[in-house]
Design a protein around this ligand. Sequence first.
Ligand code: AMP
Length: 429
Amino acid sequence: MDFDMLGLAPRLIAALAEQGITEPTPIQSQAIPHAMNGRDVMGLAQTGSGKTAAFGLPMIDALIKDGGRPVPKGAKALVLAPTRELAKQISDNLTAYTQGTHLKVALVVGGAGITGQIRRMERGVSLLVATPGRLIDLLDRRAVTLSETRFLVLDEADQMLDMGFIHALRRIAPLLPADKQTMLFSATMPKQMEELAAAFLREPVRVQVNPPGQAVAKISQSVHFVAQKAKVDLLIELLDAHRDERALVFGRTKHGMEKLSKLLESKGFAVASIHGNKSQGQRDRAIRDFKEGKVRVLVATDVAARGLDIPEVRHVYNYELPNVAENYVHRIGRTARAGADGAAIAFCSPEEMGELKDIQKAMKADIPVASGRPWEVIGAPKKRSGGGGGQGRRFGGGGGKGAANAGGRPAAGGGRRRAPGKGRAHQAA
Ligand code: AMP
């Protein structure tokens, strides 16, 4: 199957070929024929699967064939994405795919000057990529109209739900004509997604590349059971062992990740960090430097990193486990791109046994143990998010799963295996 057979316009196929895009990815060959038939699509696919082209190409194809001008302030197609970075990336991709056509792409996101965005919208555009908040801002200022918008894409819909954009979506969607085509893409399918789909899609075709909640096969996953305080040393040790390769390190808080990034820097690593306290310019620069290889270790929080197109990341470290299990799937989806193998390495402290359990439940599989043994938590595990409380859950005891200390790595020094001062957690013998 190639793009020819999918029936795309020759001009579009030529533009794709110039970028080395000649063979459709699985999500593209599944979604494009239905989308070109005008069907609503619900796609389960992660960043790196080629999903942007999966929803972008059918729209671009239709807009090339349509040929008409957009109305002033209007957009013929609207793509909504949860974060600025993701929106920018989608807009960059769509701009590349529309090279040599008459189509215009615009990007409307927070953190950038609004006046330029208003001006860019004055004569209307073919494809508008936006984050919901800024779009509403422009709609309120009557700088954008969606009355002629025939295509709507909700990208990373699960993340939009997480970030509370449902209200924004409910405001935006009715402004589009009833007769439109809607495509929803999501990396995970939480229950709420069914409601979202029921509200926004009409008899959608469902396409997916990975079964829900399951990671890409080529990623080798492992978990180190390590106390919070000992994580830094272990991370440095592992990063040191792969000096020439890029690594992504995920943590939970802006403050913690900034501290970690400074510490790694002091140890001689070329590091950048992206989190909510960084300006748009700083985030863009960090991604650029990481892509170019000037920065080798990128430290990130989930929200800041969601949807980013970071090529060839062989190592993703879950320095701290996410408290939303689906974010684990998102995080490790950043590795094993483009056919390369990848490693997703999780660090689990005693306080994180609850999160680990949730992740393994979501993955429907246990993560092989690389070092240490599962912590046994007596009494209620301290869920970092929930402020304690509750009694009687007991974890651990499953010591024998996977090979403890696989790969011959020494158990990272005895002292670091116990949470200092906690007293309630120890590792199952
Ligand atoms: P996405 O999952 O949409 O973020 O795409 C990930 C990357 O794969 C982007 O840099 C795309 O330009 C690239 N890509 C998309 N489709 C193809 C394809 N059929 N062949 C090769 N590369 C592709």
